[in-house]
Ligand binder design. Structure first.
Ligand code: FAD
Length: 391
């Protein structure tokens, strides 16, 4: 068992770390204050990140024998980058490094030129639209329907909370195509009958719009169907599985590490009763608990990524990561607010923002309750040895 990172991985982490510190961190305050980033600045960070060769890092370099332009990273390498991404805002990461969903690799024929390639190149932006007002945790309970006609499919229904919904060029939309059958469609913005509703304001994640969508007899071409008819639920769940590990698990570890660093520095600088507050055992316990939990979460994330790279089924491990990393982040930011005292609650420092931004991690991409349910069901069915790597 080798826990060491190789030189290439260390260099990649250092490159991403430097890029975030030099290019993205300075934009955080503007984003928080204005709720958006000037277009030229978004373009600049995209261009600079592209030069690093890490745009579309989860996509392969070639696809069906032709160049696709992805970074072709392994799951573990991607996770190492995603952990660093946690050190800044998700919005800035999406603008710089993109957000290309894995189901797009099911594109075939003309779909490749129209949807896959431009998304990997960053000239088109894609978002995923599964959740509906009446179907959140129960993603199979959607009401949106697509019915076949002679021109392709007719889409009716609605979605909400769709991240990046305002400016994405197209959406991966899940829809019922039979009583118990769900398919996935690539739906371009601007199609007749497809309208965006309000931007649903959130507690945190400033900058990212989360919007409602309405489909009123939207005529889709036959080519809009992604993968096979009836494969949509599997595609959606497969996409979310990797998102949970990368954008929730690894980023939560990065965010918790970042906040932990700030609280350790503060505990060393801040004096009360003529001594550093870090000298008080009750403060020390909050720091040590944070470090212990971050360390455990990090190894869970790396292990699950390693499993994916071995071609193993890591669904249960990823469910554990989703719960543990998200909840670790929640505990660490809560302790940070406490250690910073009044300054932790004050908008002059970013701690209160980190606290607000962290809360969603326990909710999106499957709530903690849903993932605990998945883990318990698996253990009850397969036995408690399921998670013993020695068995
Ligand atoms: C900021 C943000 C961004 C999002 N981005 C996207 C996006 O880009 N695309 C997209 O499709 N969706 C997106 N979502 C939707 C998100 O994935 C859902 O909010 C999430 O899955 C929970 O669904 P819900 O909000 O309907 O809660 P509900 O499913 O109504 O759950 C409410 C409560 O009931 C509990 N509960 C439900 N079922 C069970 C059960 N079986 N056992 C135990 N407890 C249960 C839940 O854990 C929760 O505590 C986003 C949401 C937010 C807030």
């Amino acid at each position: 068992m080798d826990f060491a990172l190789n030189d290439e991985q260390k260099m990649m982490i250092e490159t991403v770390r430097r890029f975030i510190a030099e290019e993205l961190k300075p934009l955080e305050d503007e984003l928080e204050t204005n709720g958006e980033l000037a277009k030229e600045k978004a373009k600049t960070i995209y261009r600079k990140a592209k030069n690093l060769g890490l745009y579309g890092m989860n996509m392969p370099e070639t696809f069906e024998g032709v160049s696709l332009g992805g970074a072709g990273l392994s799951n573990l390498d991607r996770i190492l980058c995603e952990e660093q991404f946690g050190h800044t805002s998700d919005y800035l990461i999406r603008r710089a490094f993109g957000n290309v969903y894995e189901p797009l690799l099911h594109c075939k024929g003309e779909q490749i030129e129209r949807w896959l390639k431009p998304t990997v190149a960053g000239t088109r932006t894609c978002a995923i639209a599964i959740t509906e007002p009446g179907a959140g945790s129960d993603a199979a309970g959607i009401k949106t329907r697509a019915e076949k006609n002679d021109k392709g499919w007719v889409l009716n229904g609605s979605k909400h909370f769709i991240s990046d919904g305002l400016w994405s060029d197209f959406f991966l939309v899940s829809a019922k195509t039979g009583e118990k059958e769900i398919s996935m469609f690539m739906v371009d913005k601007g199609l007749a009958g497809f309208t965006l509703g309000k931007d649903q304001k959130m507690m945190g994640l400033r900058g990212t719009p989360h919007v409602e969508q309405f489909f009123d007899n939207v005529q889709l071409e036959g080519t809009a169907l992604l993968g096979e008819q009836g494969q949509g639920f599997k595609l959606a769940m497969g996409a979310l599985n990797v998102v949970r590990l990368a954008q929730v698990g690894a980023r939560a570890v990065g965010k918790a590490s970042h906040v932990c660093e700030l609280m350790v520095n503060y505990a060393s600088d801040r004096h009360q009763f003529n001594t550093k507050i870090g000298d008080f055992q009750m403060v020390q316990q909050q720091i040590s608990d944070s470090v212990i939990e971050i360390n455990a979460a990090r190894w869970m994330v790396y292990h699950a990524a390693w499993m994916l790279d071995q071609g193993l089924d890591a669904r249960e491990q990823i469910a554990m990561v989703k719960v543990y990393a998200a909840e670790t982040l929640g505990r660490v930011v809560d302790r940070a607010v406490q250690i910073f005292g009044g300054m932790g609650f004050c908008k002059e420092l970013p701690i209160e923002r980190y606290y607000r931004d962290a809360r969603i991690y326990r909710i999106f991409d499957g709530t903690s309750e849903i993932h605990r349910g998945v883990i318990a069901k698996s253990v009850l069915k397969k036995g408690a040895v399921l998670f013993d790597v020695n068995r």
